[in-house]
Design a protein around this ligand. Structure first.
Ligand code: PLP
Length: 229
């Protein structure tokens, strides 16, 4: 199936799922995860009016950014503090801020660039040893520290739940992320506490994520096919 057709199918699924759970489909943004896929694949997606992409590797993203100017990129991979400078330059959002050291590094480079950056705090909602992310009970403290960094706009939370083929198990994690975001919003810890973003849901579980309140779904395989190794 073509990239264009895949994107159309996902848009339809977003609309159907949103309507079925009484949400406005426009509040759900599709992030096309293009890691390890070619520039040509990204251009095919752009031709289908997909203008938002997710990348996991700084160097790869830098090369793509240089050749593609009519789209925005979110960083969704693990970010080392020593790569914060490039990240501050090329991404419209960094979704994986999970420690104060990284937030400080981003803030420092953004000051020099005289730029503000939207970020999400990545939460390890399922206490998965193989995943990055701040522990749920440390999320508030991290958001409080980020509030004192003037270049960062904490827009919401992001998570990658432990992999499961049982979508009802995954749903519990999505629900927990949403509850945590609501708790943080009542304490005014976000940039806009009436519009908190939740980045959750991938190719196999994005409809469940939408049912649980996701505002960014991150879809790779269902758009571009299996990733080249
Ligand atoms: C690769 C990746 C995705 C996309 O996963 P698919 O299963 O291919 O849709 C989403 N989020 C993150 C953080 C990723 O690293």
């Amino acid at each position: 199936m073509s990239i264009r057709k895949n994107i159309q199918n996902i848009r339809e699924a977003i609309t159907e799922t949103a309507i079925a759970c009484n949400r406005d489909p426009a509040t759900i943004k599709l992030l096309a995860v293009s890691k390890r896929h070619s520039i040509e694949s990204i251009q095919e997606a752009i031709a289908a009016e997909q203008f938002l992409f997710g990348e996991n590797y700084i160097q790869e993203a830098q090369g793509k950014r240089e050749r593609i100017s009519n789209a925005n990129f979110h960083f969704i991979g693990h970010l080392q503090s020593n790569k914060a400078k490039v990240a501050a330059e090329i991404f419209s959002m960094v979704e994986t801020v999970d420690r104060i050291k990284l937030a400080n590094a981003l803030n420092k480079h953004l000051e020099k660039l005289e730029k503000k950056l939207d970020i999400l705090v990545q939460v390890n909602i399922g206490y998965d040893q193989n995943k990055s992310g701040v522990a749920p009970e440390q999320t508030q403290a991290l958001l409080e520290k980020i509030q004192s960094l003037p270049q960062l706009r904490a827009k919401g939370l992001m998570t990658i739940p432990p992999f499961s083929t049982n979508l009802e198990e995954t749903r519990v994690h999505f629900k927990n992320l949403r509850k945590l975001s609501q708790k943080c919003a009542t304490k005014n810890l976000f940039f806009d506490n009436n519009n908190v973003e939740l980045s959750m849901g991938m190719s196999h579980d994005y409809t469940v994520a939408i049912e649980e309140g996701s505002t960014f779904i991150r879809v790779g395989t269902a758009i571009f096919g299996t990733r080249p190794v």
